[in-house]
Design a binder for this molecule. Structure first.
Ligand SMILES: Nc1ncnc2c1ncn2[C@@H]1O[C@H](COP(=O)(O)OP(=O)(O)OP(=O)(O)O)[C@@H](O)[C@H]1O
Ligand SMILES: Nc1ncnc2c1ncn2[C@@H]1O[C@H](COP(=O)(O)OP(=O)(O)OP(=O)(O)O)[C@@H](O)[C@H]1O
Ligand SMILES: [Mg+2]
Ligand SMILES: [Mg+2]
Lengths: 224, 224
């Protein structure tokens, strides 16, 4: 499914070069349940943005379903993002002017799903993360953990084949976090691919393969 | 220091009333090290905003240093916030257009500290949270955990007597989180007051008094 080879990401800050990724080689097959575990600043979100086609590397090759992503035009990339990938952002990226229901329904607009079905599908996923009584709250009328769950619901509503989750339980207590992990387990049972990046060791241990990242490099790759 | 009595907070959503706080009674003395522990949506951030004079209750009384906060005018409230309280927000609230150094220096501008001293004090606190090599990065050039640490540094730079920390380690790995806890322990050793709200049981156990909150009510109050 995913093959990264020699992936580097550099940022130029005046005369200093920040190397967020220093040469990542990584292969993930369809149906895998993977965690990329590492400390703050180690390159996790940068790596996720590469995988989700939201950012391009400074060097290296990214093959997605054996196609070289750098050779796809922006329409093809947008199609991949909308149709195959569900992305849970570390800082949620919700639209402040829309309530929870409309935030979650938004990806279905782009797929031409009619309003009645959009609303009912969005409501169903929101109930699945315990927010059935918060449908009409806007993001600034929700707690931090509730916003995180709206972001999770939005990533799931299109029923994508690949879930990319950046710190999906950081704002959640143990019980809400557990409900989210159960959702990921159901997705894996359905044959989907789930890739989580996190600093949380206990969350990583719930997956089937853990890659440790530090300073922009993969240090270890362990399957359980 | 802090005395809450019968504090309620209600939000009207059409014909539904959301009760974020349902009657909070709570006293905290100067120099205490307190955690308010509860699940997502239980009212922690709402309670913090009351304590930090960022929001007003629907009912009840808040005495700060024996003064009734509801009888203070907005200038007096702003003075309290700027001079006595350091607030670490759950969603950081950094200015996107300023780099880390200037974000942290900003509270010192309001206190008339001259530029040379502002920059050196801001740099010192940033080095204390491990960001000495990220001074000139803007928030969108920082990782999630780095932004959290900038928010922490900004709360500390004015050397406030009361720290209010809303989920201060949610985006931090174990080691970065430990460095932040050590900073709180130093502040307590200096006689300051530290109040943390969190869903993280392990963080709460590092304090000296844990109040459990659920559905807008305090369930228990345990000192260790
Ligand atoms: N636009 C940018 N310009 C400069 N440096 C950047 C930029 N974006 C990220 N960085 C740096 O790249 C490194 C990796 O960032 P990244 O966001 O991938 O970390 P992370 O592992 O997700 O951390 P966290 O757990 O704190 O979210 C960090 O040290 C960060 O300061
Ligand atoms: N402006 C608002 N309008 C309506 N409801 C609100 C508003 N702000 C908060 N709420 C509701 O009040 C409750 C408490 O919110 P609060 O942000 O205090 O929770 P929290 O304990 O900090 O949760 P978390 O751990 O997820 O951050 C939540 O159920 C939330 O939906
Ligand atoms: Mg990150
Ligand atoms: Mg909160």
């Amino acid at each position: 499914l995913v093959s990264l080879s020699g992936i580097e990401k550099r940022y130029q800050m005046g005369d200093v070069t920040v190397k967020a990724l220093r040469g990542i080689d990584l292969t993930i097959d369809a149906g895998e349940y993977v965690a990329i575990l590492g400390p703050s600043g180690s390159g996790k979100s940068t790596l996720m943005n590469m995988l989700g086609c939201l950012d391009t590397p400074s060097e290296g090759t990214y093959l997605l379903n054996q196609k070289n992503v750098s050779q796809l035009n922006s329409n093809e990339l947008a199609a991949i993002r909308n149709e195959q990938i569900g992305f849970i952002f570390q800082s949620f990226n919700l639209l402040e002017s829309l309530d929870a229901l409309d935030n979650v329904a938004l990806p279905l607009v782009y797929r031409g799903v009619r309003q009645k079905d959009r609303k009912s599908r969005a409501q169903k996923v929101l109930e699945g993360v315990g927010l059935g009584d918060r449908l009409h709250h806007k993001p600034n009328e929700l707690s931090g953990g509730q916003r995180q769950r709206v972001a999770i619901a939005r990533a799931l509503v299109t029923d994508p084949s690949v879930i990319l989750a950046d710190e999906p339980t950081g704002n959640l207590d143990t019980q809400s976090g557990e409900e989210v992990i159960k959702i990921f387990e159901e997705l894996i049972a359905q044959g989907k691919t789930v890739i989580i990046v996190t600093h949380d060791n206990e969350l990583a241990e719930r997956t089937r393969r853990v890659l440790r990242i530090r300073d922009g490099l993969i240090e270890s790759d362990t399957s359980s």
